[in-house]
Design a protein around this ligand. Sequence first.
Ligand code: BES
Ligand code: MN
Ligand code: ZN
Length: 496
Amino acid sequence: MEFSIKSGAPEQQRTGCVVVGVFEPSKLSAAGIALDRAAHGYIGKILKSGDLRGKTGHTLLLHNVPRVAAGRVLLVGLGKESDFGERQFRTAVHHAVHTLDQTGISEATLCLSAPVKTRDNAWHVSQAVTVASDAVYRFDRMKSKHDDRQSGLRHLGLLATGNADARNVATALKQGMAIAQGVNLAKDLGNLPANVCTPSYLAQTARALAKEHKLAVRVLDRKDMQKLGMGSLLSVARGSVEPPKLIVIQYQGTGSKQKPVALVGKGVTFDTGGISLKPAPEMDEMKFDMCGAASVLGTLKAIAMLKLPINVVGVIPATENMPSSTATKPGDIVTSMSGQTVEILNTDAEGRLILCDALTYVERFEPQAVVDIATLTGACVIALGHVASGLFANEDALAQELLSAGQVSHDRAWHLPLWEDYQDQLKSNFADFANIGGRPAGSVTAACFLSRFTRKFKWAHLDIAGTAWKSGKDKGSTGRPVPLLTQFLINRATRT
Ligand code: BES
Ligand code: MN
Ligand code: ZN
């Protein structure tokens, strides 16, 4: 979908539809009042009849409103003015855009100027773009008959009003569009089935992305990993005939002397659990176990589109986790690239086993900071549900940066502890440590495991098990945490 910034009065917008907000109970927003004045009270009369109270996200479509240039007016509920905040703004935009898309209007203008008091025009613009893009996203590549996008919403104008700073608003539009593109790439990769989206497919996607945006890419195969001593990563790949890949993709947005930020994404293209086999119900959702990897590629796409002045290296360990006669068995002990030995007590705790070698590998880039992103633990879903990603870090300043990037982009994370006290749970009688720490604090002990491979740099870990995809009737990848990561890099690139 295309986006642009519009100016002028709401009643003068020449477009298929103008969208204005209505607070509960039936109270027009500023843009709505302007329309109603032009229409000599026509809209107010309709609201008095009780057709739209203004509950958040409820909509009412009006045709041929007198003296309004647009063919239609879409009223969208914003809820009670006193309760109005970021969540209500996002819900209203989502419902409005979804309605427009379903109605077959190809072009519309949103007149929802800066209603969230604590946020400026620029924030509203980038949020509107990412939310609108999310509302019209469809994944039909695997259907024999594709939905024709001919009938949907193709262009959305955003009316910036008042004392909008034109430069900031234009930047916000670009950032919103880049984030939306990155999110769409991550969603597509997540939604593809595991028989299509294999480690080799992820590598091909990285190569195509590199070509499109002039990035450097290198793909290591099983032999290369053997040479590097990645015994932990390889122990996960053992059970599958699909060849594992370690994808390294580099974006140089500034002088080569600046140390890069490293993004490390878990790329398990299907997680059966291995010999510690998962139960059958909902196992299909383990095709989403590469969403960390997808978020790395999506974020690289976004920052390359923005030409951010920063250096970033993405590292993706990609493999399937399958049971077979060659698969790793519970009790097997492997030697990681770091030299530390691991007793694999549960082959389903495979994410940490592939990440630890990728984390040791990134030492060679002398990164200024490392962030890994992984659908790592079911325990994280129990702790935080589907709202916040779990955040762990070995440095508080880095944790704070990520938390605030999540707040601004509304792709939020919550800081969880990484105290020494939890490390005891990883004790092994036979190796340096085990790959599981029992049921208590499962997300924390997973992070503790990773922390043993990240002592040489500033590091943060995002557990996205609850946020990377949705289950049920809306099953599908969310593209999270591309908005958080992109915002984090925007902030790092522009701070002086
Ligand atoms: N990919 C899963 C984590 C997961 C499970 C994410 C369910 C989202 C929904 C991961 O590889 C895994 O299986 N983790 C185990 C770890 C356990 C064996 C210590 C888990 O969470 O059950
Ligand atoms: Mn697993
Ligand atoms: Zn997994």
